[in-house]
Design a protein around this ligand. Structure first.
Ligand code: ARG
Length: 751
């Protein structure tokens, strides 16, 4: 009996059953059926229609998926519309790359911040799009019945792709919409999403990094936090309101719905709901698959990324221009690096593998208790475990070949851009037919033009001295970490020629390759020759790495796949608890999560409050560290307590708070709302003690870190003097309650 109780408690935990409001990334179209009653009990005051409606404006119309593509399949961050004129909030770290692109040593918006004081000053961006969900639909029955059980994993995804592409066509209304079909519950269900995508999204405001990235990588993934992690954009449309690429005549988006902003602040246990685009979780993995992640996948990545960061940092610290150039790459690599370390630590500390093992034992007992079930599910876990165990041996090699080779130094990837040209030139040489030859030449001319056009882009984002050092480290690791059979022949040649001195090898490659300088690349393209290519060190090495990558990928891909068994496992888990609600793993589709503002206890005898204040920013100040520098203006506002309407009644300014909502990467920038659908903050991070949360939710200690909407408005208004932006918002603030004495007096008079 005890075991059974434990079993249930555990299933509830790992599978997202409706036991805790906080766990679960729910699909909007099921809000009425699955979550509404519970949400209402917890404090939601809106109706399901006000939240998700296909026909009427609803809350979902204010939620934005951010991408670099005009036809996104996923979103790197979330934004929310906060004014009738398309003003959008997201995180500073979401806008970071864009802010970097607009920055130079003379106008360093990363360092100093940027504020458009008029619409004319808002900065357009080439690769930034805003997607709004128009509707979603369950299309499982139009897909699953057409997939034969005999298909292997690859054939099955090909069949799904074929059906999906028909659906996409049928629902895109002549390309007016971007239609995405996604697999859920490991391929047991499919849903179709119709998005309207706006491609003119302009930068409106960003605080300096000393506010937007306060605490830097040291505080990243940590609480207590004091980061003003927000930036501001505006979505523009054609004059008729339809999506359009940047044009001067474009006008601000006329928002279907925008979120009012609450200045009331939060209290412990207040209802909190988050909407956004969580990217990926793996909550239904078996113990073996999970162990595989932490023991095979993360460790080599931690080593490789760690080394890269070390080399980058040295160059960035030495040169402000390089610091700007690599700021965004550095931040995102440092973010992943710390995330992997945190996950390994979390899985270990929280005993996640053992938890999963115990659950699998119960699953097995359930499966074997019935003949039909036994046939269907009896060997599923064992199959997955065997398959994963089989992948272990090769995996580190697979990852290392890719990340130390082609994806090591950026020059390697860039050199490979010239492969197509080489191929076409070889074909030209062999072609005898005059007409075909002319055609080939035309094709080559086109390729040359395209490569020429790409030269400034590559060199704007890269510093060859830095890349050369990255190359030396990555190539040395490649040579030493991998079995000799994976070394490209040309690498061995260089190794012998330079007697194993990888700095010397790097110097030779970067000094003698046409791809390693803007002039070299231009000169080559003015008169491309096959001979030059075949003798070019960077090009030869890149091709050698590529050949090895294809070899190892081939072996890895031909290994059996777990996807069919994973699908059955998830189906079994759901069948095991037919009365429970399950939520699917994150897959970059619109979700909501609800819970409450909540503190936590990270360790025995340690209590973390749910809220931080500006005083904490001052406490952490360290003028010698660029992660903890405080802007003099911010200090002045702190010293004079000049918080305007954004401070608390007792004269403090709240910076961040915690909630127990269930989010992950992709949710960054997501609106955190109170029961009335008003913005109380922007979600921007998760906490260190529960970094394994993407693999198993931890109700007691997993928290979302939120920047309070009052701090956001304070920075815009008081710090930056951009009050015109606050004027666009709809502010909600309760009238101050009459003081107790007055109430009593009134009562007394009444009597
Ligand atoms: N950990 C945050 C996320 O993954 C990103 C925070 C960015 N800040 C930083 N210091 N790198 O969404």
């Amino acid at each position: 009996m005890k075991k059974l109780t434990y079993l249930f408690a555990f299933i509830l935990v790992i599978t997202g059953v409706k036991v805790k409001a906080d766990e679960g990334m729910w699909l909007p179209m099921f809000i009425d059926r699955l979550n509404y009653v519970d949400m209402q009990e917890k404090g939601l005051q809106l109706t399901p229609e006000e939240i998700y409606s296909v026909n009427k404006a609803s809350l979902k119309d204010a939620i934005v998926g951010l991408s670099g593509s005009p036809k996104p399949n996923g979103y790197f961050c979330t934004g929310e519309i906060v004014s009738p004129e398309g003003l959008m909030f997201t995180n500073h770290h979401c806008g970071f790359d864009i802010i970097q692109n607009h920055s130079t040593v003379a106008h360093d918006y990363l360092k100093d911040g940027f504020w458009a004081m008029s619409r004319e000053e808002e900065l357009p961006n080439e690769n930034l799009t805003a997607s709004f969900l128009v509707r979603m639909a369950d299309v499982t029955d139009s897909i699953i019945p057409f997939l034969s059980d005999t298909l292997d994993a690859r054939e099955r995804s090909a069949a799904v792709r074929k059906i999906s592409s028909r659906m996409k066509k049928a629902n895109s209304e002549d390309d007016r919409y971007n239609v995405v079909v996604k697999s859920f519950f490991g391929g047991n269900e499919y849903y179709l999403f119709v998005y309207e995508v706006f491609t003119d999204v302009r930068l409106v405001g960003a605080p300096p990094s000393s506010i937007g990235k306060y605490g830097g990588d040291t505080d990243n993934w940590m609480w207590p936090r004091h980061t003003g992690d927000f930036s501001i954009f505006r979505v523009y449309t054609a004059p008729d309101g339809s999506p359009a690429d940047y044009a001067e005549e474009n006008i601000p988006l006329k928002a279907k719905h925008y979120l009012p902003v609450s200045l009331d602040g939060v209290q412990q246990n207040d209802f909190a709901m988050i909407w956004g685009f969580p990217g990926s979780t793996s909550r239904y993995l078996t113990s073996e698959s999970l162990d595989f992640q932490v023991s095979e996948v993360f460790p080599p990545l931690v080593e490789i990324f760690g080394k890269k960061l070390e080399v980058w940092k040295e160059h960035m610290d030495a040169d402000q221009a390089v610091k700007i150039q690599y700021a965004s790459n550095y931040a995102s690599t440092a973010n992943s690096w710390k995330y992997f370390i945190g996950q390994m630590r979390g899985v270990e500390n929280l005993g996640v593998v053992d938890q999963k093992k115990e659950f699998e034992a119960e699953f097995q007992t359930w499966a074997e208790a019935d003949e039909t079930r036994k046939e269907k599910y009896g060997s599923v876990v064992e199959n997955i475990n065997t398959t994963m165990a089989g992948k272990r041996e090769l995996f580190e090699t697979y990852i290392s070949v890719i990340y130390l080779g082609v994806a090591g130094a950026d020059l390697m990837g860039y050199a490979l851009d010239y492969s197509g040209l080489e191929g076409a030139m070889k074909q030209l040489k062999e072609e005898k037919d005059k007409e075909k030859k002319a055609k080939k030449q035309e094709e080559i001319d086109g390729m040359v033009e395209e490569l020429k056009a790409g030269i400034p882009d590559f060199f704007k984002e890269h510093n060859m001295k830095l890349d050369q050092d990255v190359f030396a480290s990555m190539t040395e690791m490649f040579y030493n970490n991998l079995d000799a059979s994976y070394r490209p022949e040309y690498l061995v040649k260089l190794h012998d020629k330079f007697k194993g001195d990888f700095d010397a090898i790097a110097a030779y490659v970067y000094e003698n390759s046409f791809v390693a300088s803007e002039t070299g690349a231009n000169e080559f393209l003015n008169d491309p020759s096959l001979k030059t290519m075949s003798k070019d060190p960077a090009f030869q090495l890149a091709q050698g790495f590529m050949a090895k990558q294809m070899e190892v990928t081939g072996i890895y891909r031909s290994a059996p796949s777990t996807s069919a068994d994973n699908r059955k496992f998830i189906q079994g888990i759901r069948e095991m608890s037919p009365d429970k609600f399950f939520y699917p793993d994150a897959n970059s589709t619109l979700r909501f999560t609800y819970g409450q503002v909540l503190d936590y206890e990270p360790a025995d005898a340690v209590h973390f409050d749910y809220i931080t204040h500006l005083s904490g920013v001052m406490e952490k100040e360290d003028p010698d560290s660029d992660e903890f520098m405080v802007d003099p203006k911010l200090k002045e506002l702190y010293e004079t307590k000049d918080y305007g309407p954004y401070g608390t009644e007792d004269g403090r300014l709240v910076v961040c708070f915690l909630s127990n909502n269930d989010i992950t990467g992709g949710n960054s920038g997501s609106p955190v709302m109170n029961g009335k659908g008003e913005l109380i903050g922007l979600a921007f991070d998760g906490n260190w003690e529960a970094m394994s949360g993407d693999l198993a939710f931890e109700p007691d200690i997993q928290r979302t870190i939120v920047v309070d909407s009052r701090y956001v408005l304070f920075v815009i208004d008081k710090f930056a003097g951009a009050g015109h932006l606050v004027d666009e918002l709809t502010i909600k603030k309760k009238m101050p309650e009459p003081s107790r004495t007055i109430v009593r007096e009134e009562v007394e008079t009444d009597e």
